[in-house]
Design a protein around this ligand. Structure first.
Ligand SMILES: O=C(O)CCC(=O)C(=O)O
Ligand SMILES: [Fe+2]
Length: 345
């Protein structure tokens, strides 16, 4: 496979200060970032550094629980729950070196919240943060709707968190510490290359815990960007890294780009971060019955459920092909309970 080739692309940084007054300027900056890189960082948002620190503390306290306790809320096909080394990406064919806990707003979370006596205060703290992530996402949704000529509430209505069947997900992630003295297999990643299939994703990162890399889709010439030029994502404390998902790419008739990204496993003791890595993703997923079609009608109209099903099928088939290429039996790609871990990405 050979060493990764890197290039320094600058990732656009958009300030959301004075949002209501500056909405036209912010809209044009976001639209430009979406049309070019598909990745950008947000600064001066309504989510403060202490609030981000607090949700990371909550996340770390969850992952510090024994596996038997985390196993009381296992991952299910409703895209909620805890998995450990359960997600196999079609780009690698082996499990991501991580564990994650996925949370939703509505009925899919029945019995999937960690018990109050196992981790006091977890549920209200997570729900509070999820509402903040939703509120910030809705600002971006207004801007992208305007950019495409839709009514302001077009995407907000399709991602309504007050509905019990709402599908949006907060994903807490913990990548395991890597032993500097033991070389990992070449195809091991903390998270293998992928594009998300939601509308847009907010990514919360910890300063000092590097590893996120992007390869803007329009430059990808090889499968999953392997062999292409990648860029290490740099951000300032408090910035929120965002990326366009396949859903918004399709809903914009491919005008906005969903972008390959990955979390590389550390290999270089001089430059890479080997310690435990925590990150948090908020995936804006469509309601099952919303109707998806771009302003120019490039693709046939589909519902949210049809879009998600097609994305999962593509993922499943690509994984099967990769595993055949690697000569593996189709046993990975499912977690311990036999449930495919597909998440939103
Ligand atoms: O951990 C990160 O920084 C990225 C996670 C991610 O891309 C995902 O879960 O879809
Ligand atoms: Fe992702």
């Amino acid at each position: 496979m050979g060493a990764t080739k890197y290039t320094d692309r600058s990732i656009p940084r958009v300030s959301l200060a004075d949002f209501d007054k500056r909405i036209d300027e912010i809209t044009s900056q976001l639209v430009h970032a979406a049309e070019t890189d598909g990745f950008f960082s947000l600064t001066d948002t309504e989510i403060t550094i202490p609030e981000i620190d607090a949700i990371f503390a909550t996340s770390e306290s969850f992952f510090a629980l024994p596996d038997e306790v985390k196993g009381t809320v296992p991952f299910t096909h409703k895209n909620v729950g805890w998995e450990k080394k359960g997600q196999v990406r079609p780009s690698t064919g082996v499990a991501d070196q991580k564990e994650s806990y996925q949370l939703q707003f509505g009925q899919n979370m029945t019995d999937k919240w960690i018990a109050e006596d196992a981790l006091p205060g977890f549920k209200p703290s997570a729900q509070d943060f999820m509402k903040k992530a939703q509120s910030l996402s809705e600002k971006l949704m207004i801007c992208f709707a305007r950019g495409l000529g839709f009514p302001d509430d077009h995407f907000i209505k399709a991602h309504d968190i007050t509905r019990p069947d709402c599908q949006s997900v907060l994903r807490l992630l913990h990548y395991f510490e890597v032993d500097k003295s033991q070389k990992l297999q070449e195809n091991f990643y903390r998270a293998g290359a992928h594009a998300d299939w939601d509308l847009l994703t907010l990514l919360f990162q910890r300063p000092g815990q590097s590893g996120l890399e992007i390869c803007p889709g329009r430059e990808v010439v090889t499968s999953f960007g392997i062999g292409d030029r990648w860029t290490k994502v740099d951000f300032s404390p408090g910035d929120i890294v965002c990326n366009i998902g396949d859903l918004l790419m399709s809903w914009s008739d491919d005008r906005f780009k969903s972008t390959f990204h990955r979390v590389k496993a550390p290999t270089d003791p001089e430059t890479d971060y080997f310690g435990p890595r925590y990150s948090i993703a908020f995936f804006n997923q469509p309601c099952v019955d919303c109707e998806i079609q771009g302003p120019k009608g490039k693709y046939p109209k589909v519902t949210g459920a049809e879009f998600t099903k097609a994305a999962m099928e593509r993922n499943y088939n690509a994984l099967k092909a990769k595993q055949e290429e690697l000569g593996q039996k189709r046993q990975d790609g499912v977690n311990g309970s036999g449930t495919p871990v597909a998440a939103s990405a």
